[in-house]
Design a protein around this ligand. Structure first.
Ligand SMILES: Nc1ncnc2c1ncn2[C@@H]1O[C@H](COP(=O)(O)OP(=O)(O)O)[C@@H](O)[C@H]1O
Ligand SMILES: [Mg+2]
Length: 265
């Protein structure tokens, strides 16, 4: 199986060279655990390797993401200029539709119009007292934002589109997305916040090819909070179930030892 390097030194070694190519990997964790930074590493590395990438930003603005990436030495601006990377601002779409309903904004921004056209959301247009109204963006519409030919896509955070869905509806839609994107051979990183992950009964793990869990916990041996990661699942890959300690530094994510080694020390 071909691999896609994660962009995180030492993580590749743990998963036979990288994320399985053309498959979907789920990244979960509490706020601040490092999920977005995981995504930025993968995008940066993939763009460096000349891959066509998309990031779907549902909870942060592209500007904030680009600033965070640059601060970690993972600058993405040049890849956007070259057309290798596109960031789709679903956050803007979500918030402007609320603001429009509340008469805080009244027009559609260019970014919104792009998303409406790409997702075909105008098929849902329905008349109401004020004129016309659009449905909200649905989980399944994400597929249309990731066109064929996209080699890498990071969705940060898919949980935003999972609220309100029952476990079965979420599972069916998520399986559908996964199958369609696997068919077009896009390597996917699905970032999902812990709240949506729990609300959907942690069912997302079953749909994806692999799962990486990021945690912030007290290390009982030092009494200090530390960042941990575990990889409970990676199909077609030999994995260790050890929990690995990592740090976030000015160069991004840096893996330290496994917890087993720390205990030995
Ligand atoms: N240069 C840095 N040095 C140390 N920690 C950093 C640096 N940049 C960001 N961080 C840490 O990374 C965390 C954010 O990671 P992020 O990937 O955005 O989390 P998540 O997406 O899981 O909520 C922040 O809480 C911050 O503490
Ligand atoms: Mg994040």
């Amino acid at each position: 199986m071909e691999r896609m390097p994660t962009g995180i030194a030492n993580l590749d070694k743990k998963i036979s060279g990288g994320y399985p190519k053309g498959k979907g990997i789920l990244i979960t964790g509490v706020p601040g655990a490092g999920k977005t930074i995981f995504g930025l590493h993968f995008l940066h590395k993939s763009c460096m390797d000349g891959k066509k990438c998309i990031m779907i930003a549902t909870e942060e603005t592209p500007e904030d993401l680009l600033e965070q990436a640059a601060m970690l030495g993972l600058g993405l601006d040049s890849f956007i200029e070259k057309g290798l990377l596109k960031i789709k601002p679903v956050i803007e779409f979500r918030t402007r539709s609320i603001a429009r309903d509340a008469h805080l904004v009244d027009d559609y921004s260019d970014n919104e119009i792009d998303i409406i056209e790409e997702t075909g959301l105008d098929r849902y247009i329905k008349p109401d007292q004020e004129g016309f109204n659009l449905e909200e963006i649905d989980l399944i519409d994400l597929v249309r934002l990731i066109p064929e030919g996209t080699e890498v896509a990071v969705i940060d955070n898919i949980g935003v589109l999972a609220f309100g869905l029952g476990a079965k509806e979420f599972r069916d839609k998520f399986d559908t997305i996964n199958r369609l994107l696997a068919k077009q051979a896009t390597t996917m990183l699905y970032i999902m916040d812990e709240a949506a992950y729990e609300m959907t009964h942690k069912i997302a793990d079953y749909s994806t090819y692999g799962s990486v869990k990021l945690m912030v916990k007290e290390n009982p041996y030092t009494g200090k909070n530390e960042r941990f990661l575990s990889i409970p699942k990676m199909r077609s890959t030999k994995i260790s179930l050890d929990i690995t300690v990592f740090d976030i530094t000015s160069a991004g994510i840096s893996l330290k030892g496994s917890k087993a080694k720390i205990v030995e020390l």
